[in-house]
Design a protein around this ligand. Structure first.
Ligand SMILES: [Zn+2]
Length: 115
């Protein structure tokens, strides 16, 4: 990943990594991470999320003090490239305190997310 792409990714994380087009959202799902507040350490491996995320319907299903993880899938309308973005955050009352954002661009999460 080049420097320019990294800079862009920081501001436009829904941009296609292959052709720089804006990607279209194709689905989203909310999960709980069984990790308590202040105990999250950054992860970049899909296996961690696949092994730990628990699907929930609404944020209220996540016990107080546990992290949430929102998954959004994108598809590039120009070249067909796909990406899944995971946003780890801590739900605190009406707020979402962001903790980490991880993008998977090689289909690592596909079988898990949309089964
Ligand atoms: Zn593209």
């Amino acid at each position: 990943m080049g420097f320019l792409r990294k800079m862009r990714a920081a501001f436009h994380d829904d941009w296609c990594g292959k052709c720089q087009s804006q990607m279209a959202e194709t689905g989203r799902q909310l999960y709980m991470l069984p990790v308590t507040v202040d105990h999250y350490t950054p992860h970049r491996d899909a296996d961690f999320f696949i092994g730990n995320m628990r699907k929930v319907s609404v944020k209220a299903e996540i016990p107080t003090g546990f992290y949430a993880c929102g998954a959004i899938s994108y598809r590039c309308p120009e070249c067909g490239h796909r990406m899944v973005k995971l946003s780890v955050f801590l739900p605190v009352r009406d707020q979402e305190l962001p903790e980490d954002v991880i993008c998977f661009e090689n289909g690592e999460m596909d079988a898990f997310l949309w089964q």
